[in-house]
Ligand binder design. Structure first.
Ligand SMILES: CC(C)(COP(=O)(O)OP(=O)(O)OC[C@H]1O[C@@H](n2cnc3c(N)ncnc32)[C@H](O)[C@@H]1OP(=O)(O)O)[C@@H](O)C(=O)NCCC(=O)NCCS
Length: 176
């Protein structure tokens, strides 16, 4: 996985705001569409998640992702990861709660761009508030394969939950 953090054209990542057209967003997964349309704004207002959108023009939503702080029970992690961690009952992590690309914009590496943007943002934040890994819940097998494509590792104890150690992300962006 090579860090590719620039895109052709005017695409940019912005915090979800009133100017973004959520109503027409369609990624093929109704729960992910509905989350953006109905819930994301409230979650941001209540500070339980932040939501970033990828937009070519400040209005159209080509994709989005959400981030929150999240604690994982140490016992849920693979043994080889646990060996490297202190024996606290919980490990501080960052939850990449949702990530989706509009069907209109698929197959243009925008999913990769959004994921790398999220990883980089989490790495930067972890230097202020510690986080040992990024955790994702893949909604189905296809989403799981997407994350595995980017080196996420399944948690043995929880189906469809995967993680990527912050150390691996640090290595990825060492020269960035
Ligand atoms: C998964 C998703 C974000 C991919 O977005 P995308 O913009 O079409 O993907 P990209 O063009 O950035 O693909 C980047 C790489 O990932 C691979 N990839 C994309 N989707 C994949 C999948 N489902 N399984 C395995 N690999 C996948 C591509 O083949 C490409 O590989 P390459 O660099 O070797 O050519 C998009 O299909 C989506 O939003 N799906 C519905 C929601 C979803 O499943 N979200 C996942 C979190 S729950």
């Amino acid at each position: 996985m090579a860090p590719k953090r620039t895109l052709q054209g005017d695409f940019r990542v912005e915090p979800l705001g009133k100017a973004h057209d959520r109503a027409t967003f369609s990624c093929g997964s109704e729960p992910l569409d509905n989350y953006l349309k109905r819930q994301a704004g409230q979650d941001v207002a209540k500070r339980v998640a932040v939501c970033f959108v990828l937009t070519p023009d400040g209005k159209t939503v080509a994709g989005y992702y959400t981030l929150s702080q999240y604690a994982v029970d140490l016992v849920q992690l693979p043994a080889e990861t646990v060996k490297k961690l202190p024996r606290y009952p919980e490990v501080p992590t960052t939850l990449l709660g949702r990530l989706a690309v509009s069907e209109r914009f698929r197959g243009q590496k925008l999913g990769e761009f959004l994921l790398l943007d999220a990883l980089y943002r989490c790495l930067q934040q972890s230097r202020q508030v510690a986080s040992a890994a990024i955790v994702v819940d893949a909604k189905d097998e296809s989403a799981k394969r997407f994350y595995e494509h980017f080196q996420f590792v399944p948690l043995p104890s929880i189906p469809n939950r995967l993680f990527l150690p912050m150390g691996t992300i640090g290595d990825l962006f060492r020269d960035a």
